[in-house]
Ligand binder design. Structure first.
Ligand code: TYD
Length: 202
């Protein structure tokens, strides 16, 4: 199958993954490498329901429903965006993917490894997953300085549990990057961790 590359950015809120994802997209553009970026939760119908949940809190929704919404959002994203872009031979950059479901909904009590396996039945497996980690204190400081209020997903103990699950993933496509150093140093690390996927020097 004529397939592009799938590179995923994961990590707890405030870990700097979105910034690094944008910077890699800029670098690929500069090198003339066709790429497209997607983010989950999406702006589709399930993603918008999820965004309301993030704003208003988890009141009135069960963990099962929450998991279902994230799965539905991803199924839509896979069919409408990710698969067509990979088929067109593009480099697909994802700001969050199913490792987030395994970690965030896993921290609600579901088995993270089962969530990962369930996703891998329908979602293309990434060529590389960059998991950013830092001290939850740093994340919370970043979140607090950028927004007025923390969402239900950004409480300290919950983020610690989420990060512990992120750290439990293993596989040949997974790389861990500390985002405690400066943006520039982290960016160099990102380029270094994906270089082998490209024929040209990035
Ligand atoms: P985030 O990447 O912070 O989106 P934005 O920058 O647009 O606000 O994601 C929003 C929240 O959704 C984040 O706290 C993590 C959570 N999330 C899950 O709980 N499960 C998932 O499967 C995904 C994709 C995200």
């Amino acid at each position: 199958m004529n397939r592009g590359l799938l590179i995923v950015f994961e990590g707890i809120d405030g870990s700097g993954k979105s910034t690094q994802c944008r910077r890699l997209a800029e670098l690929l553009n500069k090198k003339g490498i066709a790429n497209i970026s997607f983010a989950e939760p999406t702006r589709g119908k399930w993603g918008m329901k999820i965004r309301q949940l993030l704003e208003k809190g988890r009141n009135g929704i069960s963990p099962d429903e929450e998991l279902e919404w994230f799965m539905n959002d991803r199924k839509e994203d896979v069919e409408q965006n990710i698969k067509p872009a990979l088929k067109a031979g593009k480099v697909v950059l994802m700001d969050r993917y199913y490792f987030s479901t395994a970690a965030y909904q896993g921290a609600l009590g579901f088995d993270p490894h089962k969530i990962r396996a369930d996703n891998e039945k329908f979602a293309p497996i990434p060529d590389r997953v960059l998991v950013f980690h830092n001290s939850p204190e740093i994340s919370l400081e970043r979140i607090e300085s950028s927004r007025e209020e923390k969402s239900a997903f950004e409480k300290r103990d919950y983020l610690i549990a989420v990060q512990n699950i992120f750290k439990s993933f293993s596989g040949p496509n997974i790389r861990y990057i500390s985002s405690d150093p400066s943006l520039e140093i982290v960016y160099e690390q990102v380029v270094c961790e994906v270089q082998d996927l490209f024929e040209v020097k990035l």
